[in-house]
Design a protein around this ligand. Structure first.
Ligand SMILES: [Zn+2]
Length: 131
């Protein structure tokens, strides 16, 4: 069996905890995490940063014809959320009793994303929920 790479573990960590990175030189925040700051280049000093998961909807759309992985969930909403700390994050938006629109405040929640048919592995991922 192949050992998961450090890169994969890093991805899993950021998926489950909404951990991105912050540049301690200029304060820019990134999600997914970056190794080099876009503004500071080789001068950048990157550190892990856990985001609080609160943000607002910047854009959204309803997916009616999904990829196979999500065929049981359609129709569903995906959108771009601007986190309070700045980064723009794409993700599913869960429909609850509150309306979804541009500017709707959302929080992050961790939900089952899909089940891998052959191995029965269940994948979890962040989703957004109106508050
Ligand atoms: Zn920077």
């Amino acid at each position: 069996m192949e050992k998961p790479s450090a890169g994969l573990w890093r991805k899993i960590k950021s998926r489950y905890n909404l951990v991105g990175s912050t540049c301690s030189k200029c304060g820019s925040n990134y999600f997914p995490p970056r190794i080099v700051c876009r503004k500071c280049g080789r001068e950048s000093k990157m550190e892990d940063r856990k985001f609080n998961g609160n943000g607002e909807v910047v854009s959204f759309t309803t997916i009616r014809v999904p990829p196979d992985t999500f065929k049981d969930e359609a129709p569903y909403i995906v959108g771009v959320v601007r986190l309070e700390e700045g980064p723009m994050v794409e993700g599913h938006i869960i429909e609850n009793s509150r309306p979804i629109d541009i500017g709707t405040k959302v929080r992050t929640t961790f939900r089952k994303m899909y089940v891998d048919g052959e191995e029965g592995l269940i994948y979890y991922h962040y989703k957004f929920e109106p508050v």
